[in-house]
Design a protein around this ligand. Structure first.
Ligand SMILES: CC(C)(COP(=O)(O)OP(=O)(O)OC[C@H]1O[C@@H](n2cnc3c(N)ncnc32)[C@H](O)[C@@H]1OP(=O)(O)O)[C@@H](O)C(=O)NCCC(=O)NCCS
Length: 150
């Protein structure tokens, strides 16, 4: 059975390490300084209680965008063996509904070049040129305007 919902910071670490940051020395080092802020939340997709996809959502304004209520997506990863099964899409859909309930207007992220088509497929747009993030590679700024909750 597939379940999408809130997960703990600890539950994000394994996929962050395996999929995103294998250059770190260990799983426990796969942390973000904002992980445990009260405004930060982590979403996971589980199948039969095993984590298949993770993403972290934190309150951060990007001055490129003319919106007051912004959130940033970080550390989005789907288990390598499970990519292309719509786990990532389910995760973003769930998170966008939660953000909508909070009145958030815009979700943005630094998208890795290899993930741009994923974000486009789920409705994100990109803005500006590629930029380099050390160790990780080329990125583009991407965003999703969240419709107001009716
Ligand atoms: C990017 C990533 C999170 C996508 O997660 P996923 O669970 O594999 O994606 P999904 O299966 O939910 O894909 C959703 C849609 O995006 C499309 N898509 C996903 N990856 C794609 C790719 N590389 N190229 C083209 N389309 C892609 C799917 O075809 C699907 O489209 P559909 O709704 O029309 O069927 C995952 O591939 C991953 O972890 N990659 C490595 C880490 C990474 O780059 N993370 C992002 C950091 S910014």
């Amino acid at each position: 059975m597939i379940k999408v919902g809130y997960i703990s910071t600890n539950e994000t670490r394994k996929l962050r390490f395996e999929v995103l940051w294998p250059h770190k020395e260990k799983m426990e080092a796969c942390v973000l300084p904002t992980d445990d802020l009260t405004t930060t939340f982590h979403i996971g997709v589980k199948e039969n209680n095993e984590i298949k996809s993770v993403g972290t959502f934190l309150k951060e304004i990007n001055p490129t965008f003319d919106f007051q209520r912004q959130y940033r997506l970080r550390a989005m990863a789907t288990d390598k063996k499970e990519q292309g099964k719509n786990f990532g899409k389910k995760l973003i859909q769930f998170a966008v509904e939660e953000l909508q309930k909070k009145g958030i207007e815009l979700l943005w992220c630094d998208a890795r070049k290899i993930a741009i088509q994923f974000y486009e497929a789920i409705g994100f747009k990109s803005i500006g040129d590629y930029y380099e993030i050390p160790i990780i590679g080329q990125h583009k700024l991407m965003y999703y305007v969240i419709p107001k909750k009716r």
